[in-house]
Design a protein around this ligand. Structure first.
Ligand SMILES: N[C@@H](CCC(=O)N[C@@H](CS)C(=O)NCC(=O)O)C(=O)O
Length: 227
């Protein structure tokens, strides 16, 4: 069998790697996941640094093109294979595409940091043998609450963030929320009816369900500790 033209390097439970995989799944692109181990320091090896000098996963290889940064990878995959997911109302208009860009920036610059901070303290810190830092959580909960209130207002006016059709702006939230929704702070989403319905719809998508298979909520760390 010929090797897949598209390769993704990384550990699939990473929300950043999952963003790339989610888009490949949404677009129905055949790909090979080249497994790597953070514990073994695979991302620090010269062959990987030649692919991403910032020593982070994911990296995507598409023929001769090598890309890093999960959001850039996501855009590339969809631009090439499912461009309708870069436009929020299916029209293909620059105005509709601009709305996707707005909400992608919101994900990256407003939503990501507080969600990740809470997730890391609630899930990752204890798994890595540390104590969670409640001060970090307490600082980020009101920040996330404020962001999600804006989402609630937006989603009460349109079905998805960028319009009436699902887009990358929605999908890009999935990987971090998948873990966040397993914390005791999931109520921040669940108490907002439109955000909750949006999340339920997002996680039920076949591509999201497929990617979730690679995303155990213990990041595969509990199994390793028992070995
Ligand atoms: N902005 C980057 C962030 C990538 C990132 O932080 N990746 C983590 C994956 S868990 C990583 O490779 N970390 C390397 C390390 O922990 O040394 C992206 O969106 O791709």
């Amino acid at each position: 069998m010929a090797p897949a033209a598209v390769k993704v390097y990384g550990w699939a439970m990473s929300p950043f790697v999952a963003r790339a995989l989610l888009c490949l799944e949404e677009a129905g692109v055949e790909y090979e996941l080249v497994p790597m181990s953070r514990q073994a320091g695979d991302h620090l090896q010269p062959d990987f640094l030649a692919r991403n000098p910032f020593a982070q996963v994911p990296v995507l290889e598409d023929g001769d093109l090598t890309l890093f940064e999960s959001r850039a990878i996501a855009r590339h995959v969809l631009r090439k294979h499912k461009p309708e997911l870069l436009v929020g109302d299916g029209s293909g208009s620059p105005e509709a595409a601009a709305m996707v860009d707005v909400w992608l920036e919101v994900e990256a610059h407003q939503h990501h940091a507080p969600t990740a901070a809470i997730m890391v303290q609630c899930i990752l810190a204890p798994l890595l043998g540390g104590a969670r830092d409640q001060a970090v959580i307490d600082e980020n909960v009101p920040k996330l609450k404020k962001v999600l209130e804006v989402y609630e207002a937006r989603l009460s006016k349109s079905r998805y963030l960028a319009g009436e059709s699902v887009s990358l702006a929605d999908l890009s939230h999935f990987p971090m929320l998948r873990y966040f929704m397993d914390t005791e702070y999931a109520a921040l989403v669940e108490e907002l009816p439109h955000v909750k319905a949006w999340w339920e719809e997002l996680k039920a998508r076949p591509a999201a369900r497929k990617v979730t298979e690679f995303m155990p909520v213990d990041f595969g760390l509990r199994k390793k500790a028992e070995q």
